[in-house]
Design a protein around this ligand. Structure first.
Ligand code: ZN
Length: 251
């Protein structure tokens, strides 16, 4: 059994299509989406439609989804994120705005071993960047495996049940090989697949992951997409130019 893990698409249709095309060949049984379908990118309606058409087994909201659907004010947003959220709110069709506003909040459970959240299990808006953040998140996790997004940085934080020490796995960037990591069955894990629509680890390719329930393995995968046409759309839409520029750098 294999789960396809998607996160932080941010209205980037070209990146999402490239991921879905490649993932077709990976024969997954579940689709899990960790939130932030929209915000930043120029195709919010198309991305929302595409994700709902996939009928994911689990789909939760992210902080940008809340703001861009009008559920919450952009209080913690920098000016370009707030500007993009307002543009997205105005661009979404009323039906899509409603669908995004109705997305459930994490954490949600897939089965007895797995839960998902956007930021952390205890707060969807909190980021997990380091071991200290991971430790607090693991304290609040109810399952052995927790998939999360929000930072746009792929990787795994693992805590050994005996020693309590935390180890970090970061997949290599800018390599054509998928990066696989077998999970220690005696540890609990926080797993971030990385971002499809706005990677921030210095690799501009779209990031996603597959979890193999049988081998207990996480596979981190990158796929190139036509960044230039995505940038062009962002500029044509009148969205902040910084949002187009950062896509080329993966920052
Ligand atoms: Zn995000």
């Amino acid at each position: 059994m294999r789960s396809l893990i998607l996160s932080d698409i941010h209205g980037n249709l070209e990146a999402l299509e490239a991921v879905l095309e490649q993932a077709q060949r990976e024969s997954c049984d579940h689709i899990i989406v960790l939130g932030d379908l929209i915000g930043y990118g120029a195709n919010p309606n198309e991305v929302v439609d595409r994700i709902f058409d996939l009928k994911p087994d689990l789909l939760i909201r992210g902080n940008h989804d809340k703001v861009a659907a009008g559920v919450e004010e952009p209080i913690h947003f920098n000016p370009s994120a707030a500007n993009a959220a307002l543009w997205t709110y105005n661009t979404l069709t009323p039906a899509n705005r409603q669908r995004v506003a109705n997305l459930p909040k994490g954490p949600r459970t897939l089965h007895s071993k797995i839960e998902i959240c956007h930021g952390t299990p205890y707060d969807e808006d909190v980021y997990i960047f380091d071991e200290q953040d991971a430790s607090e998140a693991l304290d609040s996790a109810s399952k052995q495996l927790c998939f999360f997004g929000h930072t746009h940085l792929p990787g795994i934080f693992s805590r050994e049940s005996k020693s309590g020490s935390i180890t970090v796995f970061v997949p290599k960037t800018n390599t054509s090989e998928p990066q696989a990591k077998i999970l220690n069955p005696l540890a609990s894990h926080l797993i971030n697949p990385g971002s499809i629509g706005q990677p921030r680890d210095g690799d501009p390719r779209a990031a996603y992951a597959i979890f193999d329930h049988v081998t207990n393995e996480v596979i981190f995968i990158r796929v190139a997409y036509p960044v230039k046409s995505t940038q062009e759309k962002i500029r044509t839409a009148g969205l902040p130019d910084s949002l187009a520029r950062r896509l080329a750098q993966g920052r």
